[in-house]
Design a protein around this ligand. Structure first.
Ligand SMILES: *[C@@H]1O[C@H](CO)[C@@H](O)[C@H](O)[C@H]1NC(C)=O
Ligand SMILES: *[C@@H]1O[C@H](CO)[C@@H](O)[C@H](O)[C@H]1NC(C)=O
Ligand SMILES: *[C@@H]1O[C@H](CO)[C@@H](O)[C@H](O)[C@H]1NC(C)=O
Length: 272
């Protein structure tokens, strides 16, 4: 199921060829960051999952160097704007199909809203309140944010506390994480990608996985993976390597390295 072997063997050179062949620029998510934290890391180095010249784990994401920006399409109950997918998270994978999870319980911050507000990231928080939604059956949005940080965010080597500039406030690395996820998500409008190829929500139409994947590829240049709840489309994941730090690095898009849970035919993209 996981088809990353060839990719891994080629990781260094594959990343380099992506850099030159992708028709849109790579994604520097944090050039307009609200917070003024800078990693100080070069962004012209080796992409994650490739072999670094010297291993400065504050500037080279490892071992979780395969990053998935995961999204929800929630219809039951409907959640978030009717014309947008919503954020699930940004997950580190150890370049081989294994997710890193729950890496540092001592940094399982609570009151993410308060943290963002106190550190000048209220615009990010406003966006999250609309686009980073928990399934109401599962809990509050705040609980989803805490979970995403604790489970996934604490695993990034480039977001360890000793990577931050001296004097950074407590939780600054989590603030940077949320800002990065929001900025990256804003470059990945799945609803718009699909709609531009004539695929819009419908209670009756069915789609093949290949047609959904091809639609996003046509608009974005790379394939995501899609997840389904039964036959109903429910999620998407976009794959990246990163050059530099999750704080302010360059995200290098790649085709999905893994299949999602959708079957190949009969997929419904239901309205919210
Ligand atoms: C990255 O940029 C720095 C500063 O411009 C330069 O000195 C260095 O040689 C570059 N490294 C690579 C791998 O291109
Ligand atoms: C992936 O690599 C890590 C070490 O980097 C290892 O601990 C883990 O077992 C590997 N997982 C798989 C599925 O090969
Ligand atoms: C959350 O953090 C904010 C800002 O630091 C603070 O004013 C508020 O009292 C906190 N709320 C809770 C429930 O701890």
């Amino acid at each position: 199921m996981f088809v990353v072997a060839g990719l891994l063997a080629l990781a260094g050179s594959a990343a380099a060829s992506v850099l030159t062949s992708f028709t849109s620029p790579n994604i520097n998510v944090n050039r307009e960051l609200i917070s003024d934290i800078s990693s100080g890391c070069p962004t012209n180095g080796t992409a994650s999952c490739g072999k670094p010249a010297g291993t400065n784990t504050c500037c080279f994401e490892t071992p979780g160097g395969l990053l998935l920006q995961t999204q929800f399409w929630d219809t039951d109950p409907p959640d978030g704007p009717t014309d947008s997918w919503t954020i699930h998270g940004l997950w580190p994978d150890e370049c081989n199909g294994s997710f890193m999870e729950d890496c540092d319980p001592s940094r399982a911050y609570t009151n993410i809203s308060g943290l963002l507000t106190a550190q000048g990231a209220s615009a990010t928080l406003d966006f999250m309140n609309t686009y980073w939604k928990n399934d109401p059956d599962d809990g509050t949005d705040e609980e989803l944010w805490e979970h995403e940080w604790e489970t996934h965010g604490t695993c990034y080597s480039t977001l360890q506390v000793d990577c931050l500039p001296a004097g950074s406030p407590k939780g600054a690395e989590a603030v940077a994480f949320f800002e990065t996820v929001v900025k990256l998500f804003q470059t990945l409008p799945t609803f718009t990608f699909l709609a531009a190829q004539g695929i819009t929500p419908s209670s009756s139409a069915t789609h093949t996985l290949a047609s959904l994947t091809a639609a996003v590829k046509a608009e974005y240049g790379f394939t995501p993976s899609f997840d389904c709840d039964g036959d109903d489309l429910s999620g998407a994941s976009y794959y990246f390597h990163i050059i530099g730090s999750v704080i302010d690095g360059t995200f290098v898009p790649i085709d999905a390295a893994e299949s999602g849970s959708c079957g190949s035919t009969g997929i419904k993209y239901l309205p919210k």
